[in-house]
Design a protein around this ligand. Structure first.
Ligand SMILES: [Zn+2]
Ligand SMILES: [Zn+2]
Length: 273
């Protein structure tokens, strides 16, 4: 049913806007401070999607201090992750229908569809239905419900860009924020949805009915999300790594929050040998 969705012009505009930041790269002065600023945003946006949207909201693998939650919700909105309830609903649907005909983003429908096609095609009526059927629990949370609105989804990003450009300069807004956002889209969502379900990439630790794969090199840039076969085996547990060689930054970051009492009730699975 996702394949029948019409092109969503807002999504097309968003991706085009993010891609424009690439064109600026040859024309700006590259300084250490600029790239540290970009790295901070890549981590903020990346943790917002991989830790907060994915493992916290979608799979409820731990509890989070409310101020930390707001920090990453803001990161998700500034990083153009959009409506968190929509994100969770689409992803829960993916787990339920992985690599079936109606999967939201299986490479069985072509690599380009799984990489960016599904991001550009959104049928609002279908999403509204999906939110009610797959994320009813999240719709009851007031601060998440408020984010189910195009203005709330985009205004934080617009304000942030203006503030950064005004105080730090246009290059900090373009490279530090917009380019980081593009990289986060690429490594934390789009490559996971595509490469991690293609048979000749990576390896499988678990023989599951879907085509999920673990892709080690991508796990570093995706903060552990690319341990995707492990994730499909144990979706409701925070740790996606079954050995020291499988890197899962989100699990370690949540462990760090746990030490300071900012995360609790963390569900960790003990992997069988
Ligand atoms: Zn998957
Ligand atoms: Zn998942």
């Amino acid at each position: 049913m996702f394949r029948n969705s019409k092109l969503n012009y807002l999504s097309v505009f968003t991706i085009g806007y993010l891609l424009l930041s690439l064109l600026s790269l040859p024309f700006i002065e590259h300084t250490l401070l600029l790239w540290l600023f970009a790295l901070f945003h890549f981590c903020w946006f990346g943790l917002a999607s991989s830790m907060y949207y994915h493992r916290y909201l979608t799979h409820r693998t731990f509890k989070l201090n409310i101020f930390v939650e707001y920090f990453f919700l803001l990161g998700g909105l500034i990083g153009l992750g959009g409506d968190p309830v929509k994100w969770a609903a689409i992803h829960r649907f993916h787990h339920q229908n992985s690599d079936h005909d109606n999967d939201s983003h299986s490479p069985k429908h072509g690599f380009l569809w799984a990489y960016y096609g599904w991001v550009l095609h959104h049928d609002n009526a279908l999403i509204a239905k999906l939110k009610k059927s797959h994320a009813k629990d999240l719709l009851k949370i007031p601060h998440l419900k408020i984010c189910s609105n195009v203005a709330v989804e985009s205004i934080p990003h617009a304000i942030y860009i203006v503030v950064v450009a005004y105080f730090l300069g246009i290059e900090f807004a373009i490279v530090g924020v917009i380019f980081s956002c593009l990289m986060s889209y690429n490594f934390h969502w789009m490559l996971i949805a595509s490469l991690c379900h293609i048979p000749f990439f990576g390896y499988r630790r678990f023989d599951l009915p879907d085509q999920s794969r673990n892709v080690k090199w991508l796990s570093f840039l995706s903060f552990g999300e690319a341990m995707h076969n492990n994730h499909h085996r144990y979706p409701n547990h925070i740790n996606l790594s079954s050995s020291l060689l499988e890197f899962d930054f989100v699990n370690r970051f949540v462990g760090f929050l746990e030490i300071f009492g900012l995360a609790s009730d963390v569900k960790r699975v003990k992997y069988e040998k």
